[in-house]
Design a protein around this ligand. Structure first.
Ligand code: DSN
Length: 416
């Protein structure tokens, strides 16, 4: 083992996989709405000596020595996050989105307490109360969805359910909802029902920061977000809350659920937050939405039906039912063409989650590459062609060539 060897010299198998993944990201079109491309500076912080350090506790209150510089980066991450969102209190230690949500429940609820969250099959998340998830097993979740006709959240129905069920916590936020969420309405419903309000803004955090999606602040009690989606930071999460919940949240994260924080990730979060504080991040967020709208229009021109008829945010859900193609088939065909999306349930889906009726796509990653509305029209056309020929290997190979041509005009990680 060579302590000073570079990765390419030390481990050829991992190095080769890394080069192949970099090539895949560079040459393809990444349309999974929860993915993005981090900057070189974020990557450098992630691959840094901060990974070596243990630091259970919080800045200036640690259980281990040697934490002067970890304290510095964690404090920077906290202060920058507060400024970005206007949050009273921030905990930047959650390892990822699922732990962050579980930590909030652990902080505020007793096992068995009633909570309201959005159904996964209609746009929610596993940790919003799905029965196979810890959330659905440890707490008594009642779930809301979208209206069958409009495919939108019906706030009157949410209110009725809240007043009938009297949950202790009402959770808003989604992973497959293409429209703006009215967080103020949710917090008013929570107040009327005597519940605490929580928003999981993982998908849209970057849009909130950029001012192109309504913010859940200052009225929502607790807000969780991952840091790697539209916010364009490292894989991880954070919890933001009103000051009155600060102690309970911090205790739930450590020592309640987690051990040593991942300090290299905290450092990378601090870097990403500083990038998001720059004025150009607002332009980026606005372009994500412009691109999503252009892509949506292009897809509809290709004859595809979009759930709710379009998008307000970064995300599009295509209902493939009338095309006679399943979500799994479409995902596989697009993969062969170098276009990455994910199969996804549509509201009131009659198919299974393993082979649902829809695919989900979004624009944060392509927008990071510098693509604009013109390119979105091209992408829509490529997707339309691939979906109309899911079994036509020659055509998929031809589309892959076109994808490579388009992506080569927007260089990404060209230092690998
Ligand atoms: N896996 C994330 C997404 O793709 O939306 C949610 O956790």
């Amino acid at each position: 083992m060579g302590f000073r060897e570079s990765l390419s010299e030390e481990d050829k198998e991992v190095w080769e996989a890394l080069l192949n993944e970099s090539k895949r990201q560079n040459q393809g079109l990444e349309l999974i709405p929860s993915e993005n491309f981090v900057s070189r500076a974020v990557l450098q912080a992630l691959g840094s000596v901060f990974t070596n350090k243990y630091s259970e506790g919080y800045p200036h209150k640690r259980y281990y020595g040697g934490n002067e510089f970890v304290d510095a980066v964690e404090s920077l991450a906290i202060e920058r996050a507060k400024k970005l969102f206007g949050a009273e209190h921030v905990n930047v230690q959650p390892y990822s989105g699922s732990p962050a949500n579980i930590e909030v429940y652990f902080a505020l609820l007793n096992f068995g307490d009633k909570v309201m969250g959005m159904n996964l099959s209609q746009g929610g998340h596993l940790t919003h109360g799905h029965k196979v998830n810890f959330s659905g097993r440890a707490y008594n979740f009642v779930q809301y969805g979208v209206d069958r006709e409009t495919e939108l959240i019906d706030y009157d129905e949410v209110r009725k359910l809240a007043l009938k069920e009297k949950p202790k916590l009402i959770l808003s936020g989604a992973t497959a909802y293409p429209r703006e969420i009215d967080f103020k309405a949710f917090s008013e419903i929570a107040e009327e029902a005597g519940a605490m309000s929580m928003a999981d803004i993982s998908h849209i955090a970057g849009l909130v920061v950029g001012g192109v999606h309504k913010s859940p602040f200052p009225f929502t009690d607790i807000v969780t977000t991952t840091t790697h989606k539209t916010l364009r930071g490292p894989r991880g999460a954070m919890i933001m809350c009103k000051e009155k919940f600060a102690q309970a949240i911090d205790r739930a994260v450590f020592p309640g659920m987690q051990g040593g924080p991942h300090n290299h990730v905290t450092a990378a979060k601090a870097v990403a937050f500083s990038e998001a504080l720059k004025p150009e991040f607002k332009d980026y967020a606005a372009q994500i939405v412009k691109n999503a709208k252009a892509l949506a229009e292009g897809l509809m021109e290709e004859g595809l039906r979009l759930v709710s008829g379009g998008t307000d945010n970064h995300l599009i859900l295509i209902d493939l039912t009338k095309k006679g193609v399943s979500g799994k088939e479409a995902e596989a065909a697009l993969d062969k063409a170098g276009i990455t999306v994910n199969k996804n349930m549509i509201p009131y889906d009659t198919r299974s989650p393993f082979d649902p009726s829809g695919i989900r796509l979004g624009t944060p990653a392509l927008t990071t590459r510098g693509m604009k509305e013109g390119e979105m029209k091209e992408v829509a056309e490529l997707i339309g062609r691939a979906i109309s020929g899911v079994n036509d290997e020659a055509m998929l190979a031809k589309i892959k060539g076109d994808v490579r041509e388009l992506s080569s005009q927007f260089p990404l990680y060209d230092w690998y």
